[in-house]
Design a protein around this ligand. Structure first.
Ligand SMILES: Cc1cc2nc3c(=O)[nH]c(=O)nc-3n(C[C@H](O)[C@H](O)[C@H](O)COP(=O)(O)OP(=O)(O)OC[C@H]3O[C@@H](n4cnc5c(N)ncnc54)[C@H](O)[C@@H]3O)c2cc1C
Length: 396
């Protein structure tokens, strides 16, 4: 049961969702959307129109609203992710791991790179190891290209790192370290991010996948750091859509500097569930199995095996570069109507409204393997956000 293949033309300019040129869509009012071209001229003649305040929904941030605290270990490699074929006994083993804090964003792109490697073999039946976002995206893409796929995995969602992500479009987050990646990797990342972004577009607006655009703000009292052209991701900022400097006082929170972009967001439980369902609908089978050494994998019946075990790769293949970057999120009771994300940059606190929670973060602590929640970090994030609400919220 094959689907038509959607292979993005690599040389094509990707289809971006262009941000709407008005400030109206974030707010409760719709005037900016309905009358974008007449808003300014009319405001010139009738200045009282501009005095109407936007009524921002105030986020309900409180220690009493905490539902759960989750900790995930991002699979980080200082020189970036790996997609590479090698031989394992008489099999072809294709690695696809090490996505750091960018695994959701890049998943379809690296899955596509894997599919290019798979096409070099004669195999029709493929084993995919791992059932996180990368295992599922890889398995689904291979199904779409006509392969029969079996997933082997120690755990399945929700018990995977991918379930503990924020998860927004962030194709360079804790992906690689400054000075550790090569120009070749930067070029590969650009290609991968553009392909991935294009694949994600096919899910936007289809309710059962939970992929959407939301406005996301970042505020601070000091100017934002500008990134140089040599930095990773400098040539894919356009994938964020239009980034706007919001005039002081016109965002939900008062800061000297506020930026807004349209952020591609993935509703984590909804998307993972839909991927698991799609995988089964298109004939896939899942085998719960743990691998502890390469020989276990060599014993599988499939001739081509794709490793999407994330950080679990370290225990099996001992990649010395692979390390955890711990991240903790504090999830508050969901707040219907809260439709924007906001972060206080220099305090490293932010809230992100999702269907299942207001997800508050965030932390990036390298080389810590513990997944025990840290109470001090919960207090830092929630107290920081309460402080932001109490001292910065623009009251109506
Ligand atoms: C707090 C936090 C916030 C994040 N926010 C974002 C974000 O906003 N945007 C973004 O793009 N990314 C984000 N990430 C990063 C993203 O979550 C990871 O890059 C991604 O989850 C990695 O996916 P994966 O499929 O490679 O690994 P995993 O999700 O860890 O899946 C690995 C799979 O392999 C299986 N496995 C492991 N070892 C074995 C073994 N020995 N034998 C058999 N099976 C095995 C596991 O059971 C699992 O099924 C965030 C991460 C964290 C922790």
């Amino acid at each position: 049961m094959n689907e038509p293949s959607t292979t993005p033309a690599l040389q094509d300019t990707p289809t971006y969702v262009k941000a709407i040129q008005t400030g109206g869509i974030d707010h409760a009012g719709f005037s900016g959307l309905l009358y974008p071209s007449i808003k300014l001229p009319l405001a010139q003649f009738f200045p009282f129109w501009t005095k109407k305040k936007t009524e921002w929904v105030k986020p309900a941030i409180s220690h009493d609203h905490i539902m759960r605290v989750t900790v995930g270990l991002r699979p980080h490699r200082p020189s970036g992710f790996i997609v590479r074929s090698e031989s394992l006994g008489n099999k072809t083993l294709i690695h696809n791991y090490g996505h750091g804090g960018s695994g959701w964003s890049l998943s379809w792109g690296t899955a596509y790179l894997v599919s290019e490697e798979v096409k070099k073999t004669q195999a029709k039946k493929i084993a995919v190891l791992g059932s996180g976002i990368n295992g599922l995206a890889t398995a689904r893409l291979l199904q779409r290209y006509g392969y029969e796929v079996v997933i082997y995995s120690k755990d399945i969602p929700p018990n995977v790192t991918s379930n503990f992500a924020s998860a927004v479009w962030s194709p360079t987050a804790t992906l690689c370290d400054a000075g550790k990646f090569t120009p070749e990797f930067k070029t590969l990342l650009t290609k991968t991010a553009r392909i991935s972004h294009r694949f994600w577009q096919d899910f936007v607006g289809i309710e059962r996948y939970g992929v959407e655009y939301r406005s996301s703000y970042s505020g601070d009292d000091v100017p934002f750091v500008t990134h140089g052209p040599e930095e990773i991701g400098s040539d894919i900022v356009d994938l964020n859509g239009e980034i706007i400097d919001v005039p002081e006082g016109e965002a939900a929170f008062k800061f000297a500097h506020v930026r807004r972009d349209w952020q591609l967001r993935f509703q984590v439980p909804i998307f993972l569930r839909a991927m698991q369902e799609d995988f089964r609908i298109y004939g896939g089978t899942v085998v719960v199995r743990e691998f502890s050494k390469p020989e276990d994998i060599d014993a599988l019946p499939e001739q081509v095996v794709v490793n999407c075990m994330g950080l679990g790769t370290k225990g099996v293949f001992n990649d010395p570069e692979l390390m955890p970057i711990r991240g903790q999120l504090t999830h508050l009771v969901p707040q219907p109507g809260l439709n924007y994300a906001f972060g206080w940059a220099s305090r490293a606190v932010s809230f992100n409204p999702r269907a299942d929670a207001i997800s508050c973060g965030g932390s990036t602590i390298p080389n810590i393997w513990s997944t025990e929640p840290d109470k001090a970090e919960v207090d830092r994030v929630i107290d920081g956000l309460i402080d932001m609400v109490n001292t910065r919220f623009v009251s109506a």
